[in-house]
Ligand binder design. Sequence first.
Ligand code: GLP
Length: 237
Amino acid sequence: MKYLVFDSKKEASKEAYKILKSLIDENSTLGLATGSTPTALYEEMIADHKAGNFSYKNVKSYNLDEYVGLKPEDEQSYAYFMKEHLFNAKPFAKSFLPNGMAEDADQECERYDKLLEEYHVGLQLLGIGRNGHIGFNEPGSSFDGKTHKVALTQSTINANSRFFDNEEDVPKYAYSMGIGTIMKSDTILLEAFGKNKAEAVKAMIEGPVTPEVPASVLQNHPDVVVIIDEEAASLLK
Ligand code: GLP
């Protein structure tokens, strides 16, 4: 696992975009992440697209996850987030997300896994949760997992409550692409910024590979680039 440390999120995101651009072409399929971490990278993508330097018109994308019970029009849904931060400015050929409003959870997971078979994800973008989760694969998730419905941990609910008016509004469940699927992508680009990610980053890079720290599985992937700022790197040896 290779990691690069930068002074600021802005600088780090510029580098992340350079790496992204070097790895994809107009026909690529991207795995996309939500959260505050990738927003600056998405701004870089939009700026370069607007400048006419890169066309994404044949690019396909799959998102990692979605809250159960939120409609695409709900401002806290990941469908809404993706529109706001990327898709409105730069639509791809096709973009897929789990459907948080699906009536039957098992059928929804099967549907998403079928969709995931259509295109191979060349580059998967990831953030990391404070407890080491990737997507919404919480501690204890199987390393072989496919799409599944997850009961969110209290740590994740607390961390994500900043996007909601009240903590009680944070959904208790989500659909997440599984770790087995994430690991099939050719390259993984994980970004992490800020002091509150330092412990998870240390455990991911220097700790044992264990389901208790889902991101530690990335030590087993042949091509992972971790982009972090000084604060997120502060506990590394
Ligand atoms: C959520 C998402 C993850 C994301 C994590 C970190 O739980 N499901 O994909 O990596 O939060 O979020 P942030 O980037 O806001 O710190």
